[in-house]
Design a protein around this ligand. Structure first.
Ligand SMILES: [Cu+2]
Length: 119
């Protein structure tokens, strides 16, 4: 639901280009931990790594590793991740759509910031 609505909001950039995967990249050949193409940890009130680069169509999975502490990942403006607060041990995955730079934050922890570069 969240990914779909984000895609709708961002929907004017990439046209109707299908999200085709290159041949031979079956899902089970991807990294083992997490569902996304890129993993970001939320640990000690930081996004690690704070700066990530993805290609349009790739996804990022945030994993909250702060036990007992909720975090979210929300773009400052425009397209980008927009998660609810979620608990330690849980994850959130967002798929990049349009090229650009996205600054995002955890809305309840000032200074907990990251940047996504979508190519
Ligand atoms: Cu936080």
């Amino acid at each position: 639901m969240t990914i779909a609505s984000a895609a709708l909001l961002a929907g004017c950039g990439q046209g109707e280009e299908p999200e085709a995967r290159p041949q031979g990249t079956a899902p089970d050949t991807k990294q083992q931990a997490g569902k996304g193409d890129v993993a970001v940890a939320m640990k000690d009130y930081e996004f690690i790594p704070a700066n990530v680069k993805v290609k349009a169509g790739e996804s990022i999975t945030w994993s909250n590793e702060d036990e007992g502490i909720q975090h979210n990942a929300v773009a400052r403006e425009g397209q980008g991740p927009k998660s609810e607060l979620f608990n330690g041990g849980e994850t959130y995955t967002w798929t990049a759509k349009d090229a650009g730079t996205i600054d995002y934050v955890c809305t309840i922890h000032p200074g907990m910031e990251g940047t996504i570069t979508v190519r």
